[in-house]
Design a protein around this ligand. Structure first.
Ligand SMILES: NC(=O)c1ccc[n+]([C@@H]2O[C@H](COP(=O)([O-])OP(=O)(O)OC[C@H]3O[C@@H](n4cnc5c(N)ncnc54)[C@H](O)[C@@H]3O)[C@@H](O)[C@H]2O)c1
Length: 272
């Protein structure tokens, strides 16, 4: 009998797999047979991958150099792209927007045309992006900008809506996921995102710093009563990248242990 999920022979690109959710994803993909994992990160994963391309996802030249390496002569097309790299608002808003939104968009758009039909793109967004309807007009304006420098200028000129960059950057990822779904479908691809609540990764202390311990602990207690592990999130990413999700496209999958449902049903009080 064939296993339900098998990534053998699939060329898989993952951004941000040195630590946290991305590192857990590499581990799970290996267990599911993956034998062609290409990682783009500032730091090389210790577990070892099939190809590591040192890349700064906030720098367009670095991203373009990585794309040239991925698509170099003789290399097979990409089947799966996991856009997972991300930074918190302990860094300047400009950096957050470059890495979390502009870099993700640039890599996706430039890999998209050569990806194998039947493949998928899976973004790591966040529940921090759930407020996108409030800013849809501005998000659309930014996502419709083609050039990198123009995008960076837009961010600098719209500080009021961008804020510290984190919430807005993840709102952009959720909207981008939905906007690209139709085009993806036409090319035989799918695009979805996973939207985690707090996850126990090296990034969590940064969120505690920017959002307060009270807010993070509330999100954990009001949800599953335990913080999500990187594996909890990696399983959802793996699912959306697999054939099991063959008819799922343009979906932002909330993976929050029930936190959002409890809020919407009025079952938990906000802190303070
Ligand atoms: N940890 C959480 O509570 C949480 C909650 C919601 C969403 N997320 C999202 O999950 C994703 C993964 O984060 P994580 O929690 O595993 O944290 P992490 O810090 O462990 O992982 C982030 C990865 O991105 C890489 N990275 C950072 N800056 C980069 C850059 N400029 N270029 C290339 N790679 C870069 C890091 O080296 C690391 O491998 C992020 O997109 C984050 O926004 C995390």
């Amino acid at each position: 009998m064939q296993p339900l999920i098998n990534f053998a022979g699939k060329r898989i690109v993952i951004t941000g797999a040195y630590s946290g959710i991305g590192a857990a994803l590499v581990e799970l993909l290996r267990q599911a047979g993956a034998d062609q994992i290409v990682v783009l990160d500032l730091k090389e994963p210790e577990a070892g991958v099939d190809e590591f391309i040192e890349t700064d996802m906030g720098n367009p030249m670095s991203i373009d150099a990585a794309i040239a390496q991925i698509n170099a002569d003789g290399k097979p097309p990409v089947d799966l792209l996991f856009n997972n790299a991300g930074v918190a608002a302990t860094l300047p808003a400009d950096t957050v927007m470059r890495v979390n939104t502009l870099g993700l968009k640039r890599l996706t758009e430039r890999l998209f045309p050569t990806m194998n039909s039947g493949g998928a793109i899976v973004n790591t967004a966040s529940v921090a992006g759930n407020g996108w309807p409030e800013n849809l007009q501005q998000i659309t304006a930014l996502l419709e900008i083609d050039g990198w420098d123009e995008g960076v200028s837009w961010v600098a000129g719209n500080a009021e809506v961008v804020g510290d960059g984190y919430f807005f950057s993840k709102q952009c990822v959720q909207v981008y996921t939905m906007r690209l779904a139709k085009k993806a479908n036409q090319q035989g691809l799918r695009i979805n995102s996973v939207c985690p609540s707090p996850v126990d990764t090296p990034l969590l202390p940064a969120f505690r710093q920017t959002l307060s311990d009270e807010t993070i602990d509330w999100a954990i207690e009001a949800g599953a009563g335990r913080v999500a592990t990187p594996e909890d999130q990696a399983r959802a990413l793996l699912f959306l990248g697999s054939e099991l999700a063959s008819y799922i496209n343009g979906v932002n999958l909330i993976v929050d242990g029930g936190f959002g449902a409890a809020i919407q049903m009025g079952q938990v009080a906000r802190p303070g």
